[in-house]
Design a protein around this ligand. Structure first.
Ligand SMILES: [Zn+2]
Length: 140
């Protein structure tokens, strides 16, 4: 079994719904995302001969996904009143509406599936909310 690992990071704001503590307030993180690929065999021919996959392709795929969320406010759908969303958008703030509670666990699953849908043999995604706290998604 062979593996590749790459990482990227992004800065964004969020808050947690139905949470009683500091994280119920709007705050920001530098989210660090580490993605892993596992594959039994290396490429047989062409540019990917003796490689798991082209490292550049993997790195660019993760960077593009983190770029989409960089310097945006991650908002769980239904967690803010429509008027609030309209006011924030009217102020020119960049919002990313997500269909899940914006926990590190759910973000790890989100990145996992976004990579998998590009046919990358992703095996694990870690999302660090702080340098010492990390959530991991391993797939189904
Ligand atoms: Zn947080």
């Amino acid at each position: 079994m062979y593996g590749l690992k790459t990482e990227s990071s992004f800065d964004s704001a969020h808050f947690l719904t139905d949470y009683h503590g500091k994280c119920e307030n709007l705050h920001g993180h530098r989210w660090r995302v580490v993605a892993y690929i596992r594959q039994a065999n290396l490429g047989a021919q062409g540019t990917e001969k003796d490689m798991v996959i082209d490292f550049g392709k993997f790195k660019r795929a993760l960077r593009a996904l983190t770029e989409e969320l960089d310097h945006t406010f991650l908002v769980e759908e239904g967690s803010l009143r429509p008027q609030t969303i309209a006011c924030l958008a009217d102020e020119g703030f960049s919002l990313t509406m997500l269909p899940f509670r914006t926990t590190a666990e759910n973000l790890a699953r989100y990145f996992y599936h976004r990579l998998a849908e590009q046919n990358l043999p992703v095996s694990q995604v870690d999302v660090y909310e702080t340098p010492l706290n990390c959530a991991t998604y391993y797939g189904e």
